[in-house]
Design a protein. Sequence first.
Length: 226
Amino acid sequence: MEVPGMVWRSANLTTVYLTVLVPAGWDTVALVENNMRSSDTWRIRAASTEAATTSGPTYDSGTLSAWSGAAPANRAMSLVALPTARTETYVRIDITSTGNPDGFVQAQRLVIGKRLENVGADLGVERSYEDTSNVEDGPGYMQIDRFNVRTQWKFTISDIKEADWEGNWAPFLKRVGVSRSFLFVEDSNPAFLNSRSGLVRSIVSAKGAPKSSDFYVLDMTVKTVS
């Protein structure tokens, strides 16, 4: 997943849904950078066949609010984190966005997978904002080509158990490196979800170090891709 160049967009606001085939073992679903309002809703159903996602789903989230809490600065993040992993391979998402002024529903990315989760980052997470606009100053003029402001996080996660490090964190860090993007959620509290999450990539190589026989510490710096 590189810098998103296209979005998924519905043709209209009537019967808006998408169905995807995913590997078993997922516990997180997110619609990244979508244009839904807090009054809109979505529903996630899953089964072992595409037809069964509606006729007999073995997982049904019920009707969920698209998001809540503080309004997003740009687009919204809709997130569902399940307590246990699911084995279904077909996932259907239905969206109700009646009266959306855009006339359609769109999302930058659909993320479905298994999350890595810790009790939290250490105190002192640094958050900075990079304006990617091109600003040219000259005698008596200023020319600005406006682009997005990207969010950057620099953080440390302590108290990662050795088994969790070797079994989950190390394989994940090897896979993403600095070239692959992934969903980063600093705080899943709905009040702050939209300002504390994003599709990111690591901008420097992540560093992990054992501080004892069963205590690893991770340092990372990530930045939103758009």
